[in-house]
Design a protein around this ligand. Sequence first.
Ligand SMILES: Cc1cc2nc3c(=O)[nH]c(=O)nc-3n(C[C@H](O)[C@H](O)[C@H](O)COP(=O)(O)OP(=O)(O)OC[C@H]3O[C@@H](n4cnc5c(N)ncnc54)[C@H](O)[C@@H]3O)c2cc1C
Length: 479
Amino acid sequence: MSAARIAVIGAGVVGTLIARELTRFEVEVLLLETQPDVGWGVTKANSAIVHAGFHDAPGTARSQFCGEGNAMFDELCAQLSVPLIRVGSWVVALEEADLEVLNRLKEQGEANGIPGLEIRGPAELRVQEPALNPQALAGLWAPTTGITEPWALAIAAAENAVANGAKLLLGHEVTAIEVREGRTWGLTANGLQWSVDGVVNAAGLYSDRVATLAGITAAPLTPRRGEYVLLDKAVGELLRSVLFPTPNPASKGILVLPTVDGGILLGPTAENLPPEQRDNTDTTADGLRATIESARKLVPSLDLGRTVKTFAGLRPESPSEDFEVGPTEVEGFYQAAAMRSPGLTAAPAVAKWLVHEVIAPAHGLARRAGFDPRRAGITRPADLSEGEWEALIKCDPRYGRIVCHCNRVTEGEVLEAIRRGARTLDGVKFRTRAGFGRCQGGTCIDEILGILARELKVDPEAIEQGPVGSRIVCAKVRP
Ligand SMILES: Cc1cc2nc3c(=O)[nH]c(=O)nc-3n(C[C@H](O)[C@H](O)[C@H](O)COP(=O)(O)OP(=O)(O)OC[C@H]3O[C@@H](n4cnc5c(N)ncnc54)[C@H](O)[C@@H]3O)c2cc1C
């Protein structure tokens, strides 16, 4: 008898981790993604925090999976060679009324089983975070808060899933799901049809539409935009931990936090957009102004002259304000939908629960021998000692040619990214950090474009920045 076939729709951090988890079992795994690469949806633009788990009320899927997911990150990131720094976080009370909120969050966190929560006074705050507003009255310290690179986790999980036998189908938008006699039967993408035994809906901002394809009534998701300002590494020493204000009903508030590569991130705002604006990641003058004003309440000395980038992400907000995960009334159709914040943190726990507790028993899946949880990252000379780098150059001189000077990325890394599947400038950027630094690609873009064209044996005009239709070379000016 041939193995069951399960399709996962969406290669964001949630879908890639689910696909990887499925490869622990005797099952054929298809991972279908509309975009030409992995992790280009909600996963690409967010705060990148591995949340401790005190922000959400006990009894919600968000609180349950956030705490469990946080505890899984050390092992997961070590297995997949993804950066994780447990920087800890403060929720800062700037006014008397905020003190009560700290107590409430601490109680809520403890009810969620979050370890190490403590409220500390202004003297300690000043020692730990000297740049924090001197008017801060107290802070709720959460030692288990971490920072990571969500897109790197999605890329690594997809690579590991493929190494364990999953089939990744990029540029494949699922447009139909066939349900017969109340159970999933097949699906269609790019005019091709597959018969399937199960379908997992991990389609992020589009998960309501994918549910509808299976005949499930899903309330429309609201894209809730969050705008950000990214500051250069040159000012990265300013803080150590994630700084939250006290939360508001729409979000955790506008934060100031370090990034894993040494920059500082300010944001996000929280603005509901109409359901049809699911691609609207424009930044706005009002949004950026609000971001800066709120961030300066936490850290007054922020130097906005060090801004390297502004960007926006969209949270998939469901009316229930919770994740929609688990089996549905359609046999074989599973939801990993509406994964708004803290969906990145929760993703490993959702993947584990859905696969081990729901899908495997429902389809009678047996464990597969030979699953390998490890995936090696791309070697980064910038992280090596001088001696190690020299040894690497001796093996391959292309690791001695720097193409991105801001982040010291070499031609060797760009070639390795292409070997692993990068076909666009963003594909190289998200795998190597080339173009992620101070100049945002201003000085390296043409060289990387040339390497892509050379290696892929196409004209430079054919190379895209990211999504289909984002070509940046229009034509040759000379033959
Ligand atoms: C502003 C903001 C801040 C956040 N901050 C944090 C944070 O600090 N910590 C945290 O834990 N979480 C945070 N989150 C939440 C977190 O980013 C998300 O929960 C997570 O990235 C969702 O991943 P996903 O895989 O569900 O969705 P996505 O990354 O959007 O992946 C879904 C994929 O499905 C694909 N797709 C859609 N329709 C189809 C189709 N028909 N066929 C094939 N493919 C399809 C899409 O192209 C997309 O790539 C934040 C989110 C935002 C927006």
